[in-house]
Design a protein around this ligand. Structure first.
Ligand code: PMP
Length: 401
């Protein structure tokens, strides 16, 4: 029956973890997958999460199904976290929100909703480059995917002129995907003033903004600061779509906790949109998982746990920022590695786009047991006090050839 099914390629990111696992060298480093590691290189379960789980166990909750759109307390708190406590559409009961299978599931529900109900376009513009999964994900949702310029290889920074030109040339009404903070894979974000210009172009061209917020709090250490773009767009009267993930900022990767929301004109419109979100979700997976939503909701609704969580998010963000500073010092000062390395310091969030080429990345894997994606992206969280010197030394060797 399946004799004509061709073998597909391995996933470019998850494939790296396989290669890493097979390498038994003690110096091996995995900088492929974007998952936080502590100073000892170990996965990190937040104390706020452990305490929330203790509370949940003590409450002896049942395991009944959730409603189609998930745990109401959780979705309400998730919207509050993203849009802010004083958000106008939130106070008007005009945000349609559903729990989702983490950020990926939120994007997929959003893609399906737009493909079915957005009246002006079936084309979504995503940045070039973008998180690799955006492309098949939106295609499979029924949208056509096009690109806008984002990254300038020469400056290893934002190609803001290219971005503005491409958005201005997009057809009126097109959908545009924006990384709310900590752009993956480049680690390059627009400044607040650049966000304001982007908001103006989006208004002028009547584009529909779809924000992917997978790293709220993880970029700067402050959940409010990282929500700037989302809240600014809403304050300017844009109706937006928003995907949220709690994988990174609560370390809930495998629990698959997320939310998808749309701001609407008023409560009556919100109710109609809500009903259609249910119609999309029900035949896909019926209703979302329970445990992770309870964890996130417990943290978001308990003032003490919330405070502890905020401290831990900042702790993770700060450790990454320290690693950036250290890597910059090692490459530019200690080893005087050829090239300009200040982008390592200025980039934001989990990843750094190092500027290393495919050949250099291959050499790092083969000669130094260091694994990263072939576009030169490294997960900064994979670096720590014990391996960063070996890493910098190996990069130095790869660059010098
Ligand atoms: N969007 C972006 C930009 C991401 O980097 C990720 C995670 N790598 C996601 C969405 C989705 O992740 P998850 O489904 O684990 O929440």
């Amino acid at each position: 029956t399946w004799s004509a099914v061709p073998a597909g390629p391995p996933d470019p990111i998850l494939g790296i973890s396989e290669a890493f696992k097979a390498d038994k060298d003690p110096r091996r480093i995995n900088l492929g997958v974007g998952a936080y590691r502590d100073e000892n290189g170990k996965p990190y379960v937040l104390n706020a999460v452990k305490k929330a789980e203790e509370k949940i166990t003590a409450a002896k909750l049942d395991k009944e199904y959730l409603p189609i759109t998930g745990l109401a307390g959780f979705t309400n708190n998730a919207a509050k976290l993203a849009y802010g406590a004083n958000s106008v559409p939130r106070n008007q009961n005009a945000i349609a929100v559903t729990q989702s299978i983490s950020g990926t599931g939120a994007l997929r529900i959003g893609g399906a909703f737009l493909a079915r109900h957005y009246p002006h376009s079936k084309t979504i513009y995503v940045p070039s480059p973008t998180w690799g999964n955006h492309i098949p994900l939106f295609k499979d949702s029924g949208l056509e995917v096009k690109f806008y310029r984002y990254f300038d290889k020469k400056t290893v920074g934002l190609d803001f002129e290219g971005l503005k030109e491409d958005l201005k040339n997009a057809p009126e009404g097109a959908i545009v995907l924006l990384h709310a903070c900590a752009h993956n894979p480049t680690g390059v974000d627009p400044t607040q003033s650049q966000w304001k210009d982007i908001s103006d172009i989006v208004a002028e061209k009547k584009l529909f903004p779809f924000f992917d917020m997978a790293y709220q709090g993880f970029a700067s250490g402050s959940t409010d600061y990282d929500a700037f773009a989302v809240r600014y767009f809403v304050s300017q009267g844009h109706q937006i779509a928003l995907s949220q993930s709690f994988a990174k900022n609560m370390g809930l990767y495998g629990e698959r906790v997320g939310a998808f929301s749309l701001t609407t004109a008023d409560e009556e419109e919100r109710k109609r949109v809500d009903s259609q979100l249910k119609i999309i979700v029900r035949p896909m997976y019926s209703n979302p998982p329970l445990h992770g939503a309870h964890i996130a909701n417990t943290i978001l609704s308990d003032p003490e746990l919330y405070k502890e969580w905020e401290g831990e998010v900042k702790g993770m963000a700060d450790r990454i920022i320290n690693m950036r500073e250290r890597l910059y010092q090692l490459l530019s000062k200690e080893f005087q590695t050829p090239g300009e390395w200040s982008h390592v310091k200025s980039q934001i969030g989990m990843f750094s786009f190092t500027g290393l080429n495919t050949e250099q990345c291959k050499a790092l894997a083969e000669k130094a047991h260091i694994y990263m994606t072939m576009d030169g992206r490294i997960s900064m969280a994979g670096l720590n006090g014990s391996n960063i010197e070996y890493f910098a030394q190996s990069v130095d060797a790869a660059v010098r050839g």
